[in-house]
Design a protein around this ligand. Structure first.
Ligand code: XMP
Length: 517
């Protein structure tokens, strides 16, 4: 199958982040892109040949000690290529260790804000005064490799940074990518522009234009099909393709009846009415509910919905006749191969875009494969997609099914939709919409006794969940204002029939997951 992700990056200078398993690989790549240099992430084990076209290489931090058995180390050939390297934390220790220096447990491990002074004359620290850096390490470079000198120090770390200017190899013990490092952005800027000689040719503004042109060329007169979920990724991908080929794109929006209140109508209104796209909305709630009748097991729910989704989609695709290409909203974090092993599968995620290979397309069109989420949002706004959709929070493919514990029935869906809508309204009212990563209501399936009027009631319990997260792998519950919680609770028990109790979920991930099922 033809698989050329249309990408405008060809021709742009690029820097690569080698992921040694630290938690900041994506953050580093984002920071670099913010400095107008295109940046990708690759595993630490990448071969030197596969890296030869990059202007610079950044090693991330990592979990352990370079001396631990099985500790991730890169190919030694990377240091011989003449490409500048910046090692961060564990990455700096890898550099020191592999080039003949020595790493040892630090005399005093440093965690957190640390005052650091920088060597005047080091290209990495040009214009950077003594200031706070963010440290997080047990080990430190105890003996420099040959040809290196120390170029920064803190109270407990004589080698807070090291350099071999001639070979353009640099290592920093602190984390320039995190906001707590006062001049971190300047340090990365110096590495990119002074050391690597980048010119800053990656601009999000040119992305839309370049991508539309590239899509026109690649697609030509062929017909494209897109599964639209109403989420930001598939919406932006579809809009880009629509700009390029207009009515040769058809979008199928499967409404499984498990969307949030009024969401299906919003998607239809935006894409069909405002943008005049070929949009087929399949109202399949009945089909899905039939298949879900009596199903209470979370994994089974996911499977049923995933399968049914594909059946509905296939049936519609067949009706359209010959369609050559499939457009998907895959984004960079979906494709990036991380440095160390993958986490265990906790839930079988169902992605609305995850369609079967055997529908028989000639190829895939994935115009967002190179972008991070917030970059996708920027493109979406540029394309004129309404903020409501661009800032739509992540929503699981199986929809409200995984937020309704126990059996799924029309009345329970309605109860949850109404409670969830109130929660969202109040969060917006408090101006917190964009400050919370994800928030929603859950119908817990727990019944409890209440008193309403003069009588006893016995109704459902709604749980509210609000989390902040950077990567959805870990998450913290949000300390919502009591006033907000109070208002939401009050409104839900008064306005949503059948609910007698509202609770707030104060569990982080891990050990809990974000969704309840
Ligand atoms: P969990 O519950 O695993 O969720 O902590 C992590 C993130 O993934 C979303 N999620 C899904 N997204 N299909 C999706 O596209 C799914 O089946 C699915 N299940 C969970 C969840 O909303 C959260 O943002």
């Amino acid at each position: 199958m033809e698989h050329a992700p249309v990408s405008p990056k060809s021709g742009h200078q690029a820097v690569v982040v080698l992921d040694f398993g630290g938690q900041y690989a994506q953050l580093i790549a984002r920071r670099v892109r913010d400095l107008n240099v295109y940046c990708e992430i690759k595993p630490y084990s990448s071969s030197p040949e596969s890296l030869s076209h990059y202007k610079g290489i950044i090693f991330t931090g990592g979990p352990g000690s370079v001396y631990a058995s099985g500790a991730p180390l890169c190919s030694p050939g990377i240091f011989q290529m003449g490409i500048p390297v910046l090692g961060i934390c564990y990455g700096a220790q890898v550099m020191a260790h592999m080039l003949g220096g020595m790493v040892q447990p630090a005399s005093a491990p440093e965690f957190g804000k640390t005052t650091t002074s920088f060597e005047i004359g080091s290209p990495l620290f040009e214009g950077v005064p003594q200031s706070v850096t963010w440290m997080s390490h047990n080990d430190a470079v105890a003996q420099l490799p040959k040809g290196f000198s120390s170029c920064a120090k803190s109270a407990h770390c004589p080698v807070a940074a090291m350099e071999n200017r001639e070979r353009k190899l640099f290592g920093v013990q602190f984390h320039p990518e995190v906001a707590h490092t006062e001049h971190g952005s300047q340090i990365l800027h110096n590495f990119l522009y002074i050391v690597c000689g980048c010119t800053g040719d990656w601009e999000m503004n040119s992305f839309t234009q370049e991508t539309v042109e590239a899509l026109k060329e690649r697609i030509g007169g062929r017909k494209v099909l897109c599964g639209l979920s109403g989420g930001v990724d598939s919406s932006v991908a579809a809009m880009l393709v629509h700009r390029a080929v207009g009515k040769n794109l058809t979008c199928i929006f499967v409404d499984h009846g498990l969307l949030r209140k009024d969401e299906g109508d919003l998607v239809e209104q935006v894409f069909r009415q405002e943008f005049d796209m070929n949009l087929i909305r399949v109202n399949a709630a009945g089909r899905f509910l039939d298949k879900l009748a009596g199903v209470t097991d979370p994994e089974r729910k996911r499977k049923v919905i995933g399968e049914e989704f594909i059946r509905v989609f296939e049936a519609e695709a067949v009706k359209l006749g010959r369609v050559e290409l499939l457009c998907q909203g895959t984004i960079y974090p979906d494709v990036v191969e991380s440095g160390t092993g993958q986490a265990a599968v906790i839930k079988s995620h169902h992605n609305v875009g995850g369609l079967p290979e055997d529908i028989g397309f000639e190829g895939l069109v994935e115009p967002l494969r190179d972008l991070f989420k917030d970059e996708v949002r920027r493109v979406g706004l540029e394309l004129g997609i309404p903020e409501k959709l661009v800032w739509r929070q992540p929503f699981p493919g199986p929809g409200l099914a995984v937020r309704i514990i126990g059996e799924i029935a029309p009345d329970r869906i309605e109860t949850l939709q109404n409670a969830d809508a109130i929660f969202r309204e109040e969060v917006a009212h408090f101006g917190l919409e964009r400050q919370i990563g994800q928030y929603f209501a859950v119908l817990t399936g727990t019944r409890s006794v209440g008193v309403m009027g003069d009588g006893r009631s016995y109704g459902e319990t709604i749980a509210l969940r609000a989390v902040n997260t950077t990567d959805f792998m870990t998450a913290d519950w949000v300390e919502l204002p009591y006033e907000l919680l109070g208002r939401v609770s009050n409104r839900i028990v008064n306005e949503v029939p059948g609910v007698t109790r509202v609770v707030y979920d104060v569990t982080s991930k891990p050990p809990a997951t974000i969704e309840w099922e």
